[in-house]
Design a protein around this ligand. Structure first.
Ligand code: ZN
Length: 333
């Protein structure tokens, strides 16, 4: 298996989109470019990203979410029962197409299977593919609810939908699933709901239950992990991929207070900083992980998706990250 070594390298999800892809999407929205042409452009962009990941030395790669605009919107467009009523202001001058649940949610067609199969075909042997999927709690938290009126009921319905999709992915051969729940870290009081929802999300597709699955991973970023620790260890996943550099390694001491009995996807490059960290600096960043886990528990990834970085900076960070992991591997093996 690709991950059977120390410090496997991976990405969280998003990668900078080529400018021409945004242009093609805009032309498609304006009716000047067919859906077929947009599809072709997204395929080309996905191939380029897979190639960049491989050249940068990433073991478990992705397509950089070239087909996705935004992590809730993409799914809300595909799940029957959602409606879009225009953008909502979220912070500063940033707008977000916040969807509304206007009917009981129906069963969507497969949402990510084509994306996964395309990525797997595009990747060369020796590389794994990780599939990020937005978790039910974040789908709920970033939507308006005009139907259920009961948070738990809506979250559990979304958990069923996400579980169905992971079953389809696993049956198609997906090995590494990443459930994205960034909303968790800003709503620590709902940790019990997240635990219950995730039990549903991975039902029948844990690595013990499904022959193809190697890891269920949860990504959480932008928040105070100490508010949900150690309770978060009860979330039934094999690994947490978390942000560390941008928080200046603030929660390492908290993690060290309890036995961190899962793997950690250790965020070791800053996605908000446009300077490419040196290999030496990234090695030092990764070594912070050994304050609370053993080297065997560590995977290496950026803090979060890197779509906001310039493409050359994104590539430079991934490349140095891989070199840092390789050098550490030689030292610790
Ligand atoms: Zn993130």
């Amino acid at each position: 298996m690709v991950h059977d070594k120390l410090f496997p390298t991976t990405v969280i999800g998003s990668h900078p989109k080529p400018k021409w892809l945004n242009k093609v999407r805009k032309l498609n929205e304006e009716g000047e470019f067919s859906d077929e042409r947009l599809e072709e452009a997204m395929d080309d962009a996905a191939r380029i990203v897979v190639d960049e990941h491989e050249r940068a030395g990433i073991d478990i790669l992705g397509d950089g979410e070239m087909r996705r605009e935004e992590m809730v919107e993409y799914f809300a467009h595909r799940i029957p029962g959602y409606e879009f009523n225009g953008p909502v202001r979220v912070w500063g001058n940033n707008y977000f197409e916040k969807p509304s649940v206007v009917e009981e949610l129906g069963d969507p067609d497969p949402m990510l299977v084509d994306e996964f199969e395309f990525t797997r075909r595009a990747a060369n042997e020796g590389h794994g593919v990780k599939v990020p999927i937005t978790g039910p709690y974040t789908l709920y938290d970033w939507s308006f609810d005009e139907v259920y009126g009961d948070d738990r009921e809506l979250i559990m319905r979304l958990a069923e939908i996400v579980n169905d999709e992971i079953h389809r992915l696993a049956d198609a051969g997906a090995r590494y699933i990443q459930i994205d729940e960034p909303a968790l870290s800003v709503r620590p009081d709902d940790i019990d709901l997240v635990i219950e929802a995730t039990e549903k999300v991975v039902e029948g597709v844990t690595k013990e239950e499904h022959e193809n699955i190697e890891r269920q991973i949860m990504h959480v970023c932008y928040g105070d992990y100490s508010a949900i620790y150690p309770r978060m260890l009860d979330i039934p996943v094999d690994q947490f991929s978390l942000e560390f550099v941008n928080q200046d390694f603030a929660h390492i001491d908290t993690f060290a207070e309890h036995d961190f009995d899962k793997e950690i996807g250790f965020g070791c490059v800053d996605i908000h900083d446009r300077d490419v960290e040196s290999v030496e600096e990234i090695k030092e960043n990764i070594e912070h992980a050994f304050d609370f886990v053993d080297p065997e528990q560590v995977w290496v990834n950026p803090d979060c998706g890197i779509k906001l970085l310039p493409r050359d900076v994104a590539f430079g960070k991934l490349e140095n990250m891989s070199k840092a992991a390789e050098e550490l591997r030689a030292e610790y093996e």
